[in-house]
Design a binder for this molecule. Structure first.
Ligand SMILES: [Zn+2]
Ligand SMILES: [Zn+2]
Length: 255
């Protein structure tokens, strides 16, 4: 499994883009960054977008990708995968013919540029040999993390945005996780805000990791606020957990 980090930040600045992880060039995990990082040809290779939740920093690449498809007049579509409330929010609040055209109806329902595929938490689906399962996490809006397993059995865990949670850690303990991409948004001193908004700090992360029976092989941190990056990095280091580090925009991870 090859994971290209198109973005892994909890805000936007030059060099710091919102979350988007491209798996083997074909499946995009969250869509905070697409067109700002990928060439036109690379954008055509995306056939599925797995969305954790409907916050703008996780979906904002979708409308621009849809626009690029229609401008090119390609007979092409992309399937957006998520739980029902997330898809509903995308339809009602983004692709609503007000904020952006409704690409689930353009050029028509059958050939629509954007198609939706609903997943239910805990129920595995299979897409081109990838086994994908959503797990509810604890955020300020309906949200899921995902475990994605490729044909070779390599398993990636992604939390999306979450505060302290349970279901995904329980599942993570059942079989080896090769890479876990886990959010840490705030430094320890902002714990109250983190809990209120459904996010983690390094200290809260420590408690979450204690919930997993079998620790992941490697832990990669996503979604830090760039304004607090230095503090978060040093607090993560102080946890003394082996094989943990912060992700960087543009890096490529091979499992
Ligand atoms: Zn969020
Ligand atoms: Zn976010």
């Amino acid at each position: 499994m090859k994971i290209e980090v198109l973005g892994c930040s909890g805000a936007e600045f030059p060099g710091f883009n919102p979350p988007g992880f491209l798996i083997d060039g074909k499946i995009l995990l969250d869509a905070g960054t697409i067109g700002a990082s990928l060439s036109e040809n690379a954008q055509w290779k995306i056939r599925h977008i797995v969305v954790s939740h409907a916050h703008l920093d996780h979906i904002r690449g979708i409308p621009f990708l849809a626009d690029n498809i229609i401008i090119k007049n390609k007979r092409h579509n992309v399937t957006v995968i998520g739980i029902a409330p997330v898809l509903k929010s995308l339809k009602n609040n983004l692709l609503n013919n007000k904020i952006w055209p409704d690409f689930t109806m353009i050029p028509n329902v059958e050939k629509a540029v954007i198609k939706f595929l609903e997943v239910k938490p805990g129920k595995q689906i299979e897409i081109n040999g990838y086994k994908i399962t959503a797990y509810r996490v604890n955020h300020s809006v309906p949200a899921t993390g995902y475990i994605i397993q490729d044909r070779r059995g390599k398993r990636l865990l992604y939390t999306g945005d979450t505060g302290p949670t349970h279901a995904i850690w329980k599942e993570a303990g059942r079989a080896k996780i090769d890479r876990a991409i886990i959010e840490v948004s705030f430094p320890n001193k902002m714990e109250a805000l983190a809990l209120e908004t459904g996010h983690l700090t390094p200290k809260l992360l420590r408690k979450e990791l204690d919930k997993i029976k079998m620790p992941p092989d490697k832990i990669l941190i996503t979604h830090p606020k760039p304004q607090h990056l230095k503090t978060i990095r040093s607090e993560i280091k102080k946890l003394g957990i082996p094989n943990i580090r912060l992700l960087k925009d543009g890096e490529v991870i091979n499992i």
